[in-house]
Design a protein around this ligand. Structure first.
Ligand SMILES: Cc1ncc(COP(=O)(O)O)c(C=O)c1O
Length: 384
């Protein structure tokens, strides 16, 4: 069993990361990386590269592409041709490229808010309209859940060039059902809207949850979908900036590759090495332990909030290490993010960055040791 209780110290004066961004007395529970070291097989591979000494240019090899394709088959029975796999410098650049090839000033990017803050940057970076299809919030006791408003989705899709799906969803932790995915896909196909499915959190499954990639659902959907995956969140190597776009349709893939090449989006050699090991299956024992630990953290968070913060409402995420907390029914006046930063010395993510529906909410990263999670929650409880 991997021990996730001891986390390394990342506070170093010459480094800028989530632990050094704020003053020393602030506990960071914001940016989506975890406090755990990456699995040993990945670290050993990186060490091997360092020991060999030459850190020259590397390109994504056919062996690496075969490894990525084989993982899709192993995890989901999804048959992907290795040549359908294109390496990208991370998922944010991956979906930005998709927006560049499939959107225009008249055909924008559609997504389901509140959603990952970088989605909101695409409109300015690419110069296209943003189309929100807000998810509808339901409250049951202190538990939040969200569902799709199909009328809004259908209305907005007509003005879109791409539908940028976040599945599993950040910050809500939803794994969309097969039924919902098929319905979203059918609407997109009918309106000739390209689906870009950001599945970066797809292996961070809590409890015994299962995941199905959008593109696995039918050949017709696969033809109309760019799937974005990466080992970065799952194996905690996001700083290596390496991800993959899976594009089964040849013509679409060629357009995508051309844009990647035009933008000179080269992937780092360390990212390629790490991805190969991550997707080879050598780290799956570690991943199993991680899921168990994160599920324990999620349960701890939910029980803590229910017991000690009865006015606070939260989602029970099915995947990710992200909690979504609603403070709109508490005595906090203004931004809960600012309130906790000032009064609890805890830095969470400001809800508003995920869309205006996030006002009065925060995202809390529980990808840390149980002890740090408890410390953070105690500080928040006392401040409340
Ligand atoms: C949904 C989602 N997509 C993409 C990213 C970041 O991807 P990358 O660092 O590979 O650009 C994140 C990071 O939090 C995320 O949550």
């Amino acid at each position: 069993m991997t021990n996730f209780d001891n986390v390394p110290n990342r506070r170093s004066p010459n480094k800028l990361n989530k632990w050094t961004w704020y003053p020393k007395d602030v506990l960071p529970m914001w940016v989506a990386d975890m406090d755990f070291p990456a699995p040993k097989p990945i670290l050993n591979e990186l060490r091997k590269a360092v020991d060999q000494g030459v850190l020259g240019y590397e390109l994504p090899s056919s062996v690496l592409k075969e490894t990525v394709a084989a993982r899709m088959d192993y995890l989901y029975g999804w048959k992907v041709k290795p040549e359908a796999v294109e390496a990208v410098t991370g998922i944010v650049s991956g979906f930005s490229v998709a927006a560049r090839i499939a959107c225009t000033p008249k055909k924008g990017v559609l997504f389901q808010t509140p959603v990952y803050n970088e989605f909101h940057e695409v409109k300015n970076n690419v110069g296209i309209p943003q189309l929100d299809a807000p998810l509808v919030k339901h409250v049951d006791g202190n538990i939040l859940s969200y569902e799709i408003d199909w009328d809004i989705f259908e209305k907005q899709v007509k003005k879109a060039g791409i539908f940028l799906l976040c599945n599993p969803h950040n910050p809500l932790g939803i794994i969309f059902s097969r039924k919902d995915l098929i319905r979203m896909a059918e609407i997109c196909i009918k309106s000739k809207v390209l689906i870009v499915s950001d599945e970066i959190h797809s292996e961070l499954l809590l409890d015994g949850n299962k995941f199905t990639p959008m593109a696995k659902l039918s050949p017709e959907i696969a033809k109309n979908t760019i799937t974005l995956i990466a080992p970065s969140k799952t194996f905690n190597v996001p700083g290596l900036f390496c991800g993959f776009a899976i594009i089964p349709d040849n013509e679409l893939r060629q357009r995508y590759q051309k844009e990647v090449s035009r933008l000179r989006l080269h992937v780092s050699s360390m990212g390629l090495f790490a991805s190969h090991i991550a997707f080879s299956g050598q780290c799956d024992g570690w991943l199993k332990d991680l899921r168990t630990y994160l599920t324990g953290n999620r349960n701890f968070l939910a029980e803590y909030v229910t017991r000690y913060m009865p006015d606070v409402k939260m989602t029970i995420p099915d995947a990710t290490y992200l909690g979504w907390l609603d403070f709109t029914q508490t005595a906090i006046d203004g931004s809960p993010f600012e309130f906790f930063l000032k009064n609890a010395k805890v830095a969470v993510s400001e809800g508003k960055i995920f869309g205006k529906e996030g006002e009065g909410h925060v995202r809390l990263n529980f990808g840390t040791s149980r002890k740090i999670l408890e410390q953070g929650l105690e500080r928040m409880r006392k401040a409340l």
